[in-house]
Structures are given as C-alpha cells and as structure tokens.
Ligand binder design. Structure first.
Ligand SMILES: [Zn+2]
Length: 99
C-alpha cells in the first residue's frame, strides 16, 4: 500500500529582487519652474545658436540643458524677444530643424 501523498503546493516565494530596470513614468519628473512641482509632461529645449526654443512631449531621458515643464507652464511658455518657439504636438509629425 503506497499512500500517494499529494504534493504540497509551495507558495510563490516573494520575488524580492530589487527592481531591475525602472522606466521613467509620468510623475517621475517635475516641472522645472521654481515653486511649481507639478508633474512634467513636456520638455523644453533651446537652440541658442538659432534662437529657437522647442517644446514637445517629455523626453525619455533627462538632458541637462532641457527643462521639464508641466502642462500649465508649457502652455504659458513665451519665447524671449528674438526667439522662435516651436511646439511639437504629440500625435503630430514632429518638425525637425537642420542646423
Ligand atoms: Zn509648472
């Protein structure tokens, strides 16, 4: 007589591996404006050579010269005198400048 003991199911061991790769998500980056602190949704870059500012969707990587902006400050953005502001709307074909 062999009593076939049912195999006990082992509960899943807690996968306690520190988060492998953490992708930046919304809320991870904050508006660069002082005393704002709202989640950033857009990234502003400036081409000082061509006096062109470009604002578009939040860049996947934080690049030092670029500023992250919340929707409010993105919409309120006005270029300095002599500068051109280019808005890259999500869903639209982004414009590229040469130079
Ligand atoms: Zn802001």
């Amino acid at each position: 007589m062999s009593s076939a003991a049912p195999r006990e199911e082992t509960p899943d061991s807690n996968a306690d591996d520190g988060s492998p790769s953490r992708a930046p998500g919304p809320g991870d980056r904050l508006c660069a404006r002082v005393a704002c602190g709202a989640p950033a949704v857009a990234t502003l870059t400036a081409d000082y050579g061509g006096s062109v500012m470009a604002v578009g969707p939040l860049s996947p990587e934080r690049t030092p010269p670029a500023l992250d902006l919340c929707p409010k400050h993105r919409d309120r953005l006005t270029p300095p005198a002599g500068w051109t502001l280019v808005r890259h709307d999500p869903g639209r074909e982004p414009q590229e400048f040469s130079q």
